[in-house]
Design a protein around this ligand. Structure first.
Ligand SMILES: Nc1ncnc2c1ncn2[C@@H]1O[C@H](COP(=O)(O)OP(=O)(O)OP(=O)(O)O)[C@@H](O)[C@H]1O
Ligand SMILES: [Mg+2]
Length: 419
């Protein structure tokens, strides 16, 4: 291709191509009917199909109010008809309740260089000037995620057991449920136990396709196929189910899951990996590459030894990452001699993040009914523990007081054409 062709192509692309948005939550707080209706219309654009866009009136004041006690979405859009000082004041208030990773887009009514500069300094992702058309909104939102320097939206959480049958899948599914259905963060649970996985049973789904089609057809795999392979388990929660059939063998190369994970990370904010209890090239790679590892252990000697060995590998391979979270499960089986939880954590030199007691009635009912613990007993101790774990792995449990400066480190993407 000649240089000339190249420049024509990029130009055409710049002007017309708008990438579809990933599965993200967006909330707009408008002040004028015009912006509000352009925003409503944007939600009907095909590129916005996967997003959850909520539009309301009330501007910055409404925004600050609604996030005082609830987590912020992936993107907040604020319209303000005010002047520079009011806009900046509103942003500072919002920064106090804004979670890390939330992008903020401001739609203002004034063209003011000092304002632009201050917005950039505060980490605002984009400033748009009203009046604004629907397609301009779609383009601006798309660019937040499609820009080459944009961070991948998805965070992978690998859940693994120290032995077979310690409840790793149960914990993975319940954490996934809590992230998606209770924290309202779009989530995919990937059941990586292809021959025996219980994701389909636990969520009462009987999908014909699922993760097998994704890993066995790497050439055909793209965002559309992956979308068809995931089954919805209610709003914000999706399952990439295991076939759980034995008509083929499941021998995978170390990198077999790379494509699936990469695609998921480019389109879904939370990805829970239900990693089967085995030590192969691909399971180790998934765990070592995860944003967060959750180790589920039962209070016995074999689990302690295996946990220690796993932690040694992770400490070595993930020197600059957060430590794995340790979840003790099935604690307090009647008559069973157990290693005390405190002792277990001390031996591993790792704080125990959560303890789930042995509760065969509750957990048994959940697995027999194809339901999650929170669906059976939302106010039970284990349901609360699992929800807290969901907050921990998504970084949603930081104290509000720490939120103050969180707008600052956001990726800056300043609309140069307007500066
Ligand atoms: N805290 C608990 N109390 C009682 N039963 C539990 C508890 N946690 C899990 N179970 C039950 O233990 C069984 C095994 O759980 P699960 O399939 O999640 O384990 P796993 O570690 O993923 O096993 P595998 O190694 O086969 O993948 C399930 O029937 C589940 O309902
Ligand atoms: Mg399992």
């Amino acid at each position: 291709m000649s240089m000339q062709d190249f420049s024509i192509q990029t130009k055409a692309k710049d002007q017309s191509y708008i990438a579809a948005l990933p599965r993200v939550a967006i909330q707009a707080f408008c002040e004028t009917a015009d912006v509000s209706s352009a925003m409503q219309a944007a939600s009907g654009d095909r590129r916005m199909d996967k997003t959850h866009l909520k539009v309301q009136m009330g501007g910055a004041a409404a925004a600050a109010e609604s996030y005082r006690y609830s987590p912020t979405p992936n993107v907040i859009i604020l319209e303000s008809v005010n002047g520079r000082d009011e806009i900046l004041g509103h942003l500072d208030t919002l920064a106090e309740v804004c979670d890390a990773g939330t992008k903020v887009v401001v739609i203002g009514h004034i063209n003011d260089v000092v304002l632009y500069r201050e917005l950039v300094r505060r980490g605002v992702s984009e400033y748009l000037i009203a009046p604004i058309t629907t397609i301009e909104i779609v383009r601006a939102l798309s660019e937040l995620f499609a820009a080459p320097d944009a961070e991948p939206v998805g965070r992978t959480i690998a859940v693994v057991g120290t032995r077979g049958g310690v409840g790793a899948s149960t914990v993975a599914h319940n954490i996934g449920y809590a992230i998606g259905r209770q924290l309202n963060i779009e989530t995919v649970i990937a059941d990586l136990d292809l021959p025996f996985g219980t994701g389909g049973l636990d969520f009462n789904q009987d999908p014909l396709q699922g993760i097998a089609d994704a890993v066995f057809a790497p050439d055909r795999l793209d965002a559309n196929l992956l979308d068809r392979l995931t089954s919805a388990c209610g709003e914000h929660l999706n399952l990439l189910a295991a076939p759980a059939t034995l008509d083929r063998l499941y021998d995978f190369a170390e990198t077999s899951f790379d494509n699936v994970i990469e695609l998921l990370q480019s389109s879904v904010p939370a990805i829970v990996l239900d990693v089967p209890h085995m030590w192969t090239g691909w399971t180790r790679r998934l765990m070592v590459g995860a944003d967060q590892i959750v180790i589920v252990a039962s209070p016995d000697l074999a689990s302690l030894r295996n946990a220690k060995n796993m932690l040694d590998v992770f400490r070595q391979a993930r020197q600059h990452d957060a430590k794995p979270l340790l979840v003790m499960n099935m604690v307090g089986v009647p008559k069973r001699p157990e290693i005390a939880v405190a002792e277990f954590g001390k031996t591993l030199d790792l704080a125990v993040s959560a303890v789930l007691n042995f509760d065969p009635a509750l957990f048994g009912a959940a697995s027999n009914n194809g339901q999650m613990i929170a669906e059976i007993q939302a106010r039970s101790k284990p349901a609360e523990t699992l929800l807290e774990l969901a907050r921990l792995v998504t970084g949603r449990s930081e104290a509000r007081s720490q939120k103050k400066s969180l707008l600052a480190p956001l990726l800056l993407k300043f609309s140069k054409k307007k500066a």
